[in-house]
Ligand binder design. Structure first.
Ligand SMILES: *[C@@H]1O[C@H](CO)[C@@H](O)[C@H](O)[C@H]1NC(C)=O
Ligand SMILES: *[C@@H]1O[C@H](CO)[C@@H](O)[C@H](O)[C@H]1NC(C)=O
Ligand SMILES: *[C@@H]1O[C@H](CO)[C@@H](O)[C@H](O)[C@H]1NC(C)=O
Ligand SMILES: *[C@@H]1O[C@H](CO)[C@@H](O)[C@H](O)[C@H]1NC(C)=O
Length: 489
């Protein structure tokens, strides 16, 4: 999680076009979330299959003893082989309580190109990386307290996943993960979970992945019911989107207002804010370019909008602060890096990993940047999922700049669903956790939103007041996963 914009400016000049400093969103030629000058979707082979694949099947190591050490709680890690040249890495942990009836949650980090091992080891997995990056410690606020958890590195090429990297849109990624889930649920070790409630929780670029994947799963369920597709339905009951990029047109003004004013401090001078605001509002500027991407769906237009807006707005407005946690200046060593721990060959052998790990894969990021998927609007898919009755929560840490709550709340306010009128009438209430105000929330029907105090981009990695790390996030997750609205405790 450690790329630091300004601290590395000199270094950047000497580096190749795409440079990733452990952050979820790459820095390209010095621009956070930038686009290479001649973007092209390319089909590269990442870490060409080091082991024999088993197309249509899983390769599994059971109970490696890594991370989850609670007695009697099973785990499994390995690959689902979509094809001989496409292997998707997964890591499954049983729920610490009633695994046979507990829901099954899949977790996806963003990027695009970032590994979901970020969520596992820095946020809400059964263990968390220690500050010296050398070991892990059992996590009492792990989300497998209440749900079976399935962490997936996707698309192909990301994290421990390997093979031909030809995915460059959220829609194409959704199709691969639907196929992965078919393989997972057909395996005799995991078929018992297919009937359980299914949840999809995502973060960051997951503001695109979550709504797009969920809407696609619903479409596939309908096609299976009609008999036009053969496969196992996915019992989708919950969608969670944390600090997500969903609707750029609603969200980009949030960079300008958050950089000027947020619960902590301004990020840049007034002159930088004024310049970025002009780049947004002027004719042919960022706002017009995003609108043109929306109305034409043209990949070149969308890719150019990403380049322009991130050059002129997202990147310059961050100042010298950590874009994922504005309470610290660059470089912020927290959450601790995972490279050393996950790079150990002894660990890789134990868990069955065949390909070396990196936090964010440049080729996958570049493929997405070439299609401009970043600037497409995933709000219609989010609306479709909410309208279908899937319980949905959007959440955001108030110290995150890169997907800040100004933008996310503007996106939420723009949602058009059966709950829109009720939501608009609600006042924010304190999200109280063990008697302490830990955030502000609203519920309307089966939709909820919460802004978590003191949290950066990776919400469960932070704490507030005398709560423990990830405690407020676990209360949020537990309430939603038990099909309840958010409430104070
Ligand atoms: C790890 O680092 C964070 C951020 O600096 C700090 O808040 C936390 O207390 C540290 N944890 C431990 C166990 O020292
Ligand atoms: C940005 O420009 C618009 C239109 O000129 C103006 O209404 C708004 O107040 C400006 N915002 C900031 C933060 O300067
Ligand atoms: C939340 O609680 C704090 C005190 O803990 C109080 O000052 C504030 O007014 C409350 N906010 C709301 C919206 O109820
Ligand atoms: C979840 O709660 C909603 C609203 O109360 C209800 O309509 C729905 O049937 C519940 N779902 C499940 C799986 O119990």
């Amino acid at each position: 999680m450690l790329f630091r914009l300004s601290a590395f400016t000199a270094l950047l000049a000497a580096l190749p076009a795409v440079s990733v400093f452990g952050g979820q969103v790459p820095v390209v030629n010095g621009v956070l979330g930038g686009v290479q000058t001649t973007p092209k979707v390319k089909t590269d082979v990442i870490n060409a299959a080091p082991a024999a694949t088993t197309p249509g099947k899983l390769r599994v190591v059971e109970n490696s003893g890594i991370c989850e050490t609670t007695p009697g709680v099973n785990q499994a890690s390995g690959y689902g082989d979509l094809a001989s040249d496409k292997s998707i890495w997964f890591w499954f942990f049983e729920s610490r309580s009633n695994p046979d009836t507990a829901p099954l949650t899949i977790w996806l980090n963003g990027g695009p190109g970032s590994s979901s091992m970020i969520g596992l080891f820095q946020e809400h997995g059964p263990c968390r990386i220690t500050n010296d990056s050398k070991s892990v410690k059992l996590n009492p606020n792990s989300w497998n307290q209440v749900s079976n958890m399935l962490y997936i590195d996707q698309p192909v090429g990301v994290g421990f996943s390997y093979g031909t990297t030809d995915v460059g849109t959220s829609q194409a990624a959704a199709e691969d993960i639907w196929n992965f889930l078919q393989i997972f649920f057909k395996d005799t070790r995991f078929s018992k979970y297919q009937k359980n409630d299914f949840a999809l929780w995502t973060e960051s670029y997951g503001g695109h992945y979550g709504p797009t994947f969920a809407a696609y799963f619903l479409d596939q369920n309908a096609a299976i019911a009609k008999g036009s597709v053969s496969g196992l339905p996915i019992n989708l009951k919950v969608l969670g989107v944390g600090d997500g990029l969903t609707d750029p047109l609603s969200q980009y003004p949030g960079y300008i207002s958050y950089a000027a004013s947020n619960p902590y401090h301004a990020l840049v001078s007034q002159s930088v804010i004024t310049r970025a605001n002009t780049s947004f509002t002027r004719s042919g500027g960022c706002r017009d370019q995003i609108a043109q991407c929306d109305s034409t769906g043209d990949q070149d237009v969308c890719s150019e909008a990403q380049s322009f807006c991130n050059n002129n707005i997202l990147s310059p407005l961050a100042g010298n602060y950590d874009v994922y946690y504005v309470l610290t200046r660059n470089p912020d060593p927290y959450p601790p890096a995972l490279d050393t721990y996950l790079g150990s060959s002894a660990l890789m052998k134990k868990i069955g990993a065949q390909s070396s790990w990196e936090e964010t894969n440049d080729d996958v990021y570049s493929n997405f940047a070439a299609t401009g998927d970043w600037m497409t609007n995933s709000r219609p898919n989010l609306e479709k999922v909410i309208k279908a009755g899937v319980r949905t929560i959007v959440y955001d840490g108030d110290a995150d700049y890169i997907l800040n709550f100004h933008g996310v709340e503007a996106m939420v306010d723009a949602l058009q669903t059966q709950f829109t009128a009720t939501y608009a009438k609600q006042q924010f209430a304190n999200f109280t956790v063990r008697g302490q105000a830990a955030g502000l929330f609203k519920n309307a029907g089966t939709f909820s939103y919460v802004r978590i105090f003191g949290a950066g981009h990776e919400v469960p990695a932070y704490t507030h007041g005398s709560l423990s790390t990830g405690e407020a996030a676990l209360q949020m997750f537990s309430q939603i996963m038990s099909n309840s609205s958010l409430h104070a405790t």
